[in-house]
Design a protein around this ligand. Structure first.
Ligand code: FAD
Length: 368
């Protein structure tokens, strides 16, 4: 639970709160280059930036509990600069060998190269992205339809069927035969790209791990991200419920606090139950993962529950605040846009529910 922290972890949480308070206000027009550089430098100086990076590369590799705690605290201030605070982690490149280590993993961790993740394919793709082996090269053909950050990425960690075996392959976007076919923005404001691969030749050494390792690697990467999403969601729930509480404590047209209304109290109570459950689930799962237990299914529970709960909390808060909350620029209107995609990204909710059932029936996994 967030209440039973070691003194060191409690201090970490306090340090994050102090760090946030010390950062410059984000200009009305959004984050500019100067403010971005200031926050990045402050995060590195405070040691937060390194916490998502492995010790072997100069990072401090915080555990799941610490990262959840920090992400929860950061999101609970709804700063708008949360994405700058933690440095890029190794993702699917974690534990890769040469030549990928020097050419991709190290530059990513130093912020010199940007990677992206190509998993989702268009519904009308004639076949899944696949490769044949020609000597020491792969010849890759296929498409990826939803690569976050693909517009500015140097390379794509791409799920490819190498002679039928799912494998993650590093494909440089500048390789002959790679075409960026579309760039688009989703409701939350993030930018993505679609790619086609036509007879793209990459060295066999660009396979991360052995052919056939692809699915477990891709799922491991998504698993870490799911806990990060859950932590961000519970922090945003706290921010939203504080905002709502303040609104309900203000007076309505008759001069009475809005919180006097039994209906408001009922709705507010329901939302707090959701947030308490989501936060408890997150901390229990982070501790399970840190103890070395398999917590893949529990991480999925957290992602599903927290994204659903945050959606309900933001939507109901808008309802209780009223028309002002849907005016462009209102913080709740902004949040409403941001949270919608979370129930699709890193696994659509219904697909994940199916995974939980499969984990239970076929692998005997998943606690209650
Ligand atoms: C903001 C954002 C960022 C993203 N970033 C990336 C990225 O970086 N890399 C990447 O590869 N992808 C990315 N995606 C894509 C995301 O992973 C997919 O949108 C998601 O997995 C759903 O796949 P789909 O869009 O192809 O829809 P579909 O697979 O067609 O699913 C649509 C709906 O059909 C139903 N459904 C489909 N399959 C099943 C099933 N097996 N069981 C039950 N119901 C099912 C569900 O209701 C589901 O919501 C991103 C998406 C968003 C919104």
């Amino acid at each position: 639970m967030p209440e039973q922290l070691s003194p060191a972890d409690a201090k970490l949480q306090q340090d994050m709160a102090s760090f946030i308070a010390a950062q410059p206000a984000i200009p009305e027009t959004g984050l500019d280059a100067t403010t971005t550089q200031q926050i990045l430098a402050a995060s590195k100086a405070a040691g937060f930036f390194q916490m998502t990076q492995p010790k072997a590369f100069g990072g401090t590799a915080a555990n799941n509990l610490q990262l959840s705690l920090l992400r929860d605290e950061l999101a609970s201030h709804n700063t708008g600069f949360g994405h700058l605070v933690f440095g890029p982690g190794p993702g699917v490149l974690g534990g890769c060998d040469e030549p990928l280590k020097s050419a991709y993993l190290e530059p990513v961790l130093q912020g010199l190269k940007r990677g992206s993740f190509g998993f989702t394919e268009p519904d009308d793709a004639p076949h899944p992205t696949q490769a044949t082996i020609d000597g020491d090269e792969l010849i890759i053909n296929g498409q990826k339809s939803y690569v976050t950050g693909g517009n500015s990425a140097d390379f794509i960690n791409t799920l490819v069927r190498v002679e039928g075996k799912p494998t993650v392959v590093v494909i440089d976007v500048s390789t002959a035969g790679v075409t960026k076919s579309r760039v688009f923005t989703s409701l939350d404001g993030s930018t993505h790209a679609a790619f086609t691969f036509a007879d793209v030749r990459v060295p066999v050494s660009h396979c991360i791990g052995k052919p056939g390792d692809g699915m477990p690697r891709a799922m491991g990467q998504i698993g870490d991200t799911r806990l990060a999403i859950a932590a961000q969601c519970v922090g945003l729930m706290r921010w939203t419920l504080n905002y709502l509480a303040e609104h309900l404590q203000s007076s309505d047209r008759s001069g009475n606090p809005r919180s006097d209304s039994p209906v408001m109290r009922l709705r507010f109570g329901e939302l707090r139950v959701q947030a308490y459950a989501a936060r408890s689930m997150l901390y229990r799962t982070a501790r399970l993962a840190d103890s070395g237990e398999n917590a893949i299914n529990e991480g999925i529970y957290c992602k599903i529950f927290s994204t659903n709960a945050l959606t309900e909390i933001v939507d109901s808060s808008i309802q209780l605040v009223g028309g002002n909350a849907v005016v462009e620029g209102h913080p709740l209107a902004k949040l409403y846009r941001e949270v919608r995609s979370l129930r699709l990204a890193e696994g659509a909710t219904d697909v994940l529910l199916g995974n939980i059932a499969r984990g239970y029936f076929e692998l005997g996994k998943g606690r209650l």
